[in-house]
Design a protein around this ligand. Structure first.
Ligand code: 5AD
Ligand code: SF4
Length: 489
């Protein structure tokens, strides 16, 4: 395990090893030397800033970047313009994610003019698009390092090259089947952690750029996942979030295939882990076996994120989702029958090419029938290179905007009603933080993912306690602790 690696014992007079992760430890030792030289020269430690865009997978990747930066002696700052090394972990799932990155780079241009020693790095999904890299090479010369999603495990090696060079370092791989284990990683919270179970996606939904930028689906060995979670449990983590673009197809590509349901059963056995979450689930791959495991589990949270994308079978077909409206609704019925108190959330895209008013009504119909606890609603964004980008009948933006507003109103009205049904109940809550606005309150999360604020102090952080849900405020609750039940979920 990386815990045991002492970077001072790495012999830098030798050639770098060829095998991983030893090679990355070698470059971490090299970076550590750079940091020590910097500190001696400037009388202070160098500062780093990791800025993340996009999904939970990216957030987890950023923890790994931050872990390496911490290991080699950088001090973290949240202020980009005060950092000596800034890295943007980018997202490209929708166009506005790209625009935000260009906005940050624009703001940093004058800052870097004043501090030429500042190093700026870009990584993540957006960098897997050749047009993006061309644009940066041409118009954003302030960038010093660019790498993609497939070689993120090489961060220490690339950072070392960047610190020692005045030229822009670019290393993008088209794909990989490699998974490198045992690299350092930081955790934002001491009591909960994301755990990657698989990488990439093979689904090729016709609007989605992810399979092109994250590559083919590959799963971690169950033993590697279990070992990481056992380690987390012994470090005091009580909640894990299993991460993958499509966790329901976990394990299919392993030499010894293992289903996701089976992996969950093994995680359930790990002492100290009290709550298990996972995302994202594709409806077409959600098995009866998984529903059965959820039904009997003590630890799997009563929440499922089940993206529907559209309620129209016609549009779903064009999206290449491989389920119909009826199949989706049947799945919801099956889930609710097995786990009656399950909270369901979803993703919905409005304005997919060819979406008619009737198609949109079908989406509203699904929303009304399922009654989601909450839904992420997105305006369709054309992604170059995806099949949908060249489809005919792109919907005019004013029509899309009106549909989007109607959908949002429907989703919000329903979720306010759905969330309120627990009023008066006593439920176990994992306390996450002291409340931002009122220091006499703490904020915690219910098994169904809703937030609740109640009187308490920081000694409760990371503990699971029983709380009475006194009042629903739309998307969160106000509560008070009760001491009369056993506190064990
Ligand atoms: N336009 C709009 N939304 C998209 N998503 C993925 N690709 C696009 C796109 N091109 C949404 C889907 C997915 C979520 C992560 O992002 O709803 O589930
Ligand atoms: Fe994109 Fe579909 Fe894969 Fe999700 S399942 S990442 S929407 S291609």
């Amino acid at each position: 395990m990386y815990h045991e690696i002492d970077l001072d014992n790495v012999n830098l007079s030798l050639q770098p090893p060829t095998e991983e992760p030893a090679r990355q430890y070698y470059f971490m030792a090299k970076c550590l030397k750079w940091v020590r030289d910097f500190t001696k020269k400037n009388g202070r430690f160098p500062k780093s800033c990791v800025t993340t865009f996009g999904c939970q997978m990216n957030a987890r990747d950023s923890e790994k970047l931050a872990g390496i930066l911490a290991k080699i002696g950088f001090v973290e700052t949240e202020k980009e313009n005060q950092a000596d090394f800034i890295i943007f972990n980018t997202c490209t799932v929708r166009e506005n994610a790209n625009m935000r990155v260009y906005g940050h780079l624009g703001q940093l241009t004058p800052v870097k003019k004043k501090n030429p020693h500042m190093k700026i790095a870009l990584c993540g999904c957006m960098m897997q698009e050749p047009e993006v890299v061309e644009k940066i090479k041409k118009s954003y010369r302030i960038v010093d390092l660019i790498f993609g999603t497939h070689n993120i495990y090489k961060f220490a090696e690339l950072l070392s090259a960047c610190l020692e060079s005045d030229r822009m370092v670019i290393d993008i791989w088209k794909d990989t089947d490699k998974i490198v284990e045992n690299l350092p990683g930081e955790r934002k919270f001491p009591f909960k952690s994301g755990v990657n179970v698989m990488f990439g996606c093979n689904n090729f939904c016709s609007y989605c750029i992810v399979p092109y930028v994250r590559g083919r689906e590959r799963s971690r060995e169950p033993e590697a996942v279990l070992k990481e979670i056992r380690q987390l449990a012994s470090d005091g983590v009580v909640e894990v979030m299993l991460l993958g673009q499509n966790v329901n197809s976990y394990g299919k590509t392993l030499d010894n295939p293992c289903t996701f349901a089976n992996l969950l059963q093994q995680i359930e056995e790990i002492e100290g882990i009290e709550r298990i979450r996972f995302m994202t689930s594709h409806p077409k791959d959600l098995s009866d076996e998984l529903i059965e495991v959820m039904k009997h589990s003590r630890k799997i949270c009563r929440h499922l994120h089940l993206p529907v994308q559209s309620g129209s079978t016609e549009i779903l077909k064009k999206m290449n989702r491989r389920y119909t409206k009826e199949q989706y609704l049947d799945l919801v019925r099956k889930l609710r029958k097995a786990v009656p108190d399950i909270s369901l959330t979803t993703d919905i895209i409005v304005g997919f090419p060819g979406e008619t008013e009737e198609d949109f009504e079908e989406t509203l119909d699904v929303v009304r029938k399922v009654r989601y606890d909450s839904a992420f609603t997105f305006i369709y964004s054309k992604r170059t290179g995806t099949p949908a980008a060249s489809m005919e009948a792109q919907v005019p933006s004013d029509v899309v905007k009106k549909r989007f507003d109607r959908l949002l109103a429907e989703v919000q009205n329903i979720s306010a009603e759905v969330c309120a049904v627990h009023t008066g109940k006593v439920m176990p809550v994992l306390v996450e933080s002291v409340n931002d606005h009122d220091q006499s309150l703490v904020t915690g999360r219910l098994s169904n993912n809703l937030l609740i604020h109640f009187p308490g102090d920081k000694s409760l952080i990371g503990k699971i306690v029983n709380v009475k849900l006194n009042e629903c405020k739309g998307f969160y609750y106000l509560g008070s602790r009760t001491f009369d039940q056993s506190e064990n979920f």
